[in-house]
Design a binder for this molecule. Structure first.
Ligand SMILES: [Zn+2]
Length: 413
């Protein structure tokens, strides 16, 4: 319910960030991926850790919604008594002289505004009995408030804060509108606004149901903290980010996460370390010793990796996947093959197991001087992918004997 100060949010995010990337002797380690991308929704190309600030703001917005949607609650009546002097035409009242939580809540509106999300536009209402809707000030008919649409009549309206229910009576199943003004309209302009106003609201039927306040950008128009948070997360993404569709639930998070980073060229191969200011005398690939170690070299171009992809293709009995040029092409490759959805998902598991083991064997060579041969690496890929599919998918009928020659098409529908 409190709007956390920017300083606090920053400190909390720093703790989460250090937890992910690590910190040693007071200095943080290399942060491979911008924190904004780590927190961004997966649907928006991020890692989906969530953003504290947006969650905080979404909870604050809920109080705006509650104020409008639950006018009878004690809480709302207390706020109204303290803050509503019936002079402001804003969506929710705010008495600036009263410090405290409610002031923070009203301030959240400005914060959202600065992110391009207008609460006034978003909080929409479906008319029920009209008891929770201000006739002139809320938007319940047309896309503007009636105050803005018919300023000439608003000016002479007696009660600027009247509710819709105050002005309407149902007689013989028909709405009868009684709008009380301080005087009758007296210019052509006023008469024309009067006529248009009546014509516009005559289309609205009031009913016995409660008015329903919702959130315009939600797919069903329903208010929820999650809907607001999603919208704020989206608003934060200025540039188009390609969605990463290749999260695979049958692959453990550590390996999934590695594939994602490899596809973004954000893993600690020598080229990337140098680009981040590390002083490295030998930038050659530790395995072949011939070319500079880039992400694409590590995964695709290195002859050690090429031989692995050839062996993996043979085992899977699919056309050779050794010609793929980068990690993303590799990951997408399985979806170009003919087979059932689950079968292709398993191929993807194997490809990610291969990426993971190529990376592990590279690190063995780099840090321990041990070069595993292809047979050993292929065995590891087969074992890892088998265990992942067995423990993480619900597919029955895959046994090790079948897995050894990848004879699984008939058990994977
Ligand atoms: Zn190499």
């Amino acid at each position: 319910m409190f709007l956390a100060p920017k300083k606090v949010i920053k400190a909390l995010e720093a703790i989460r960030r250090d937890f992910i990337w690590g910190r040693k002797a007071g200095k943080h380690k290399i942060r491979w991926i911008a924190w904004s991308q780590m927190t961004r929704d997966r649907a928006l190309g991020g890692m989906g850790l969530g953003n504290l600030r947006n969650t905080n703001l979404a909870f604050m917005t809920k109080w705006w919604w509650k104020y409008k949607a639950k006018p009878k609650e004690l809480w709302t009546r207390v706020i109204k008594a303290i803050h509503d002097n019936n002079r402001s035409y804003k969506l929710i009242p705010s008495n600036k002289k009263v410090a405290g939580v409610w002031k923070d809540i009203t301030k959240a509106g400005k914060e959202l505004e600065s992110m391009g999300v207008s609460i006034t536009d978003e909080l929409t209402v479906e008319v029920g009995n009209g008891k929770a809707i201000k006739f002139w000030l809320d938007r319940w008919s047309g896309d503007r408030s009636l105050k803005d649409a018919y300023p000439g009549i608003f000016k002479i309206a007696e009660n600027k804060h009247a509710m819709v229910a105050d002005y309407v009576t149902v007689l013989q199943n028909e709405n009868q509108w009684f709008i009380t003004c301080t005087r009758p309209p007296n210019t052509d302009e006023e008469w024309s606004q009067w006529a248009n106003l009546l014509q516009q609201i005559n289309g609205t039927r009031v009913s016995g149901k409660e008015d329903r306040w919702g959130w315009k950008s939600d797919s069903k128009g329903i208010f929820s903290v999650a809907a607001v948070r999603n919208q704020l997360n989206k608003a934060e993404v200025n540039q188009e980010v390609e969605e990463w569709k290749l999260w695979n639930k049958w692959v453990p998070p550590k390996a999934n996460y590695f594939s994602w980073r490899a596809a973004l060229e954000k893993i600690s191969v020598k080229r990337e370390l140098v680009r981040r200011g590390m002083n490295i005398s030998n930038v050659l690939c530790p395995r072949c010793g011939v070319s500079e170690e880039t992400v694409d070299h590590l995964i695709c171009e290195c002859r050690v990796s090429q031989r692995i992809w050839v062996e993996v293709s043979k085992w899977l009995k699919v056309p050779s996947i050794s010609g793929r040029r980068n990690c993303k092409e590799l990951m997408e490759h399985c979806y170009t093959l003919k087979g059932s959805g689950d079968w292709r998902k398993i191929i993807n598991v194997v490809i990610q197991a291969a990426l993971w083991n190529i990376w592990k064997s590279r690190n063995d060579k780099e840090f321990e001087g041990h070069l595993r041969n292809e047979k050993e690496i292929l065995d590891n890929i087969m074992e890892d992918s088998f265990i992942w599919v067995k423990t993480r998918s619900k597919i029955q009928g895959i046994v090790w004997e079948r897995w050894l020659d990848f004879n699984i098409r008939d058990v994977v529908s």
